[in-house]
Design a protein around this ligand. Structure first.
Ligand code: 4GS
Length: 267
């Protein structure tokens, strides 16, 4: 699974340019018996198999020898949820050893001495930790200085601040009758920045309100939300003044997707 991964895209280039180094150890190669068995039936019965401790311990010790200052992280749904903050903290470390489990689980005694942290990429069950490890490696690699080649796009992406990214457009200016917002063609950088900030704030509010509920908002964010509040209030008041089923509401054909929903007053 990792052969393609180490050679592909940003991770492949980061390795080729020596921004990072990476290698894989196959736990099966650390099983010393003839059939290279890494799993066994669970004590106490039940379905599913458990990873045997000896090959896993041998693999982790071998990895620790190759990367002595690295913490050992087991990918498991029981771990701490992986997010951009975790990615940033991993990017500051010297390195890490990611342990990818298979089967129902691993023998509990591995945890006592050999695993430092447990990390989960989400609340769902995979058949192996490999894809989870790749997700962690990708998210961390693109934060290593130099990997994204000069431009600061890692910093500007979603979650670098506490807002989702603004809407993006490229050519053509007319795609199947949908126009690029005029402000982006205006060349007015102050206005463009303002528009981008507005799309960020509003789509964060619409798509991921949890990202705003759990932190202190900036003054600009509060100002913007207040402005939208009063716009919405004006619309609601106008509606209740002249009845709720006005034909003009039904005439609007296209939605403005930039904000993750309809932008009041944009029709
Ligand atoms: C995850 C996860 C995972 C759990 C591995 C069952 C095979 C599997 N790993 N985040 N045994 N979610 N691991 O589902 O990290």
């Amino acid at each position: 699974m990792f052969h393609e991964f180490w050679n592909y895209g940003i991770v492949g280039r980061a390795i080729a340019q020596k921004h990072i180094s990476a290698s894989t150890l196959n736990i099966r190669d650390c099983a010393l018996d003839k059939h290279r068995v890494t799993d066994d039936r669970p004590y106490g019965g039940g379905c599913g198999m458990v990873m045997k401790p000896e090959p896993l311990a041998r693999a982790i010790r071998e990895a620790k020898q190759q990367a002595p200052s690295s913490a050992t992280i087991l990918l498991t749904p029981q771990g701490r949820p992986f997010n951009q903050e975790t990615a940033r903290s991993f990017a500051r470390e010297d390195g890490f050893i990611l342990v990818c489990g298979r089967y129902e689980g691993i023998d509990e005694r591995i945890f006592y001495d050999l695993v430092d942290h447990e990390v989960s990429i989400g609340d769902y069950i995979l058949t192996g930790g490999e894809l989870a490890a790749m997700i962690v490696i990708e998210a961390v690699t693109r934060l290593i200085p130099g990997v994204l080649g000069g431009e600061d796009s890692a910093e500007l992406d979603s979650f670098s601040g506490d807002l989702l990214e603004h809407a993006h457009f490229t050519r053509p200016p007319d795609f199947e009758g949908q126009q690029v917002p005029k402000v982006l063609l205006s060349g007015n950088h102050r206005e463009i920045e303002k528009w981008r900030f507005e799309t960020s704030v509003v789509r964060t509010f619409l798509k991921r309100p949890d990202l705003m509920e759990n932190r202190a908002l900036t003054r600009q964010e509060v100002e913007l939300l207040k402005e939208w509040c009063s716009r919405i209030e004006r619309i609601v008041q106008a509606q209740s003044a002249c009845g709720t089923d006005s034909p003009s509401g039904r005439q609007q054909k296209r939605r403005d997707h930039c904000f993750g929903g309809d932008k009041p007053g944009s029709a």
